[in-house]
Design a binder for this molecule. Structure first.
Ligand SMILES: O=c1ccn([C@@H]2O[C@H](COP(=O)(O)O)[C@@H](O)[C@H]2O)c(=O)[nH]1
Length: 243
């Protein structure tokens, strides 16, 4: 069975737990995601540990954000680990995103994080970004794609608008995914896995709803099975879908 387009966020306190989660979920999902917690604690070795023998794709979510020369150096340093995806913050600007794209090897897609899914409209206003989150997300998405980003991170609430803005061919990645009834925790802009897929997401980032389960393998299998039932011909990219 083809693994579901899910990146499981391995936000674990230790390497053993992360490797165990990875081995439990990899039969069901395409990707595992290593973030700051694990990478800062264990460094590059963590990639081989979670990749294991399965050959699952590894998404390195470091959200680089610095001057272009520094981001280029960091991207060069980590792309030797061959992550399939590496994140930078879109708000770092065009030159920074371009520097990351140029420095990354051909096997690594640079994904630009538009607006963190933990931020609400009120949070955005407090940092000077007035208006609906969609407006900031679409503006940053267009800027990042113009600078060469091959992938974008946004919430599932904006994914249809982002697809309309950037067209096909750009990988859209959505954290902030919660099955019906699941606790939203610190996520502000959320939607269900089914809606994220229907609205045009290519890869769903899901962490605690899977890793917080007593059986992460079963939780991943349940979400993967639900996604297989989604009729993607009704997706946002399909003009025949009533919206
Ligand atoms: O805007 C963003 C960008 C990245 N993330 C990361 O995704 C996961 C989400 O984990 P959950 O447990 O499903 O909330 C986490 O690793 C974040 O660092 C994000 O949430 N939002």
């Amino acid at each position: 069975m083809t693994p579901a387009p899910i990146a499981v966020a391995l936000d674990a306190p230790d390497l053993e737990t992360a490797a165990r989660w990875a081995s439990l979920v990899t039969p069901h999902v395409s990707t595992v995601k290593v973030g700051l917690e694990l990478y800062l604690r264990y460094g590059p070795d963590v990639i081989a540990s979670v990749r294991g023998a399965s050959g699952v794709q590894v998404f390195l979510d470091l959200k680089l954000h610095d001057i272009p020369n520094t981001v280029a150096g960091a991207a060069r340093a980590v792309t030797r680990l061959k992550p399939s995806i590496l994140t930078v913050h879109a708000s770092g600007g065009s030159a920074m995103i371009r520097a990351a794209v140029d420095a990354a090897g051909p096997q690594t897609q640079i994904a630009a994080v538009t607006v963190l899914t933990s931020l609400s409209e009120a949070d955005l206003a407090a940092i000077g970004l007035e208006g609906r989150p969609d407006d900031s997300v679409r503006r940053l998405a267009a800027l990042a794609v113009g600078a060469g980003a091959q992938a974008l991170v946004c919430s599932p609430r904006e994914v249809a608008a982002v697809r309309a803005e950037v067209g096909p061919g750009i990988t859209l990645i959505t954290p902030g995914v919660r099955p019906v009834g699941a606790d939203t925790q610190d996520q502000a802009r959320v939607a269900t896995p089914e809606d994220a897929l229907l609205d045009g997401a290519d890869l769903l980032v899901i962490g605690r709803p899977i890793t917080g389960s007593p059986d992460p393998g079963a939780a991943a299998a349940t979400i993967a099975a639900a996604l297989r039932k989604v009729d993607v011909s009704r997706s946002a990219g399909d003009a025949s879908r009533a919206r």
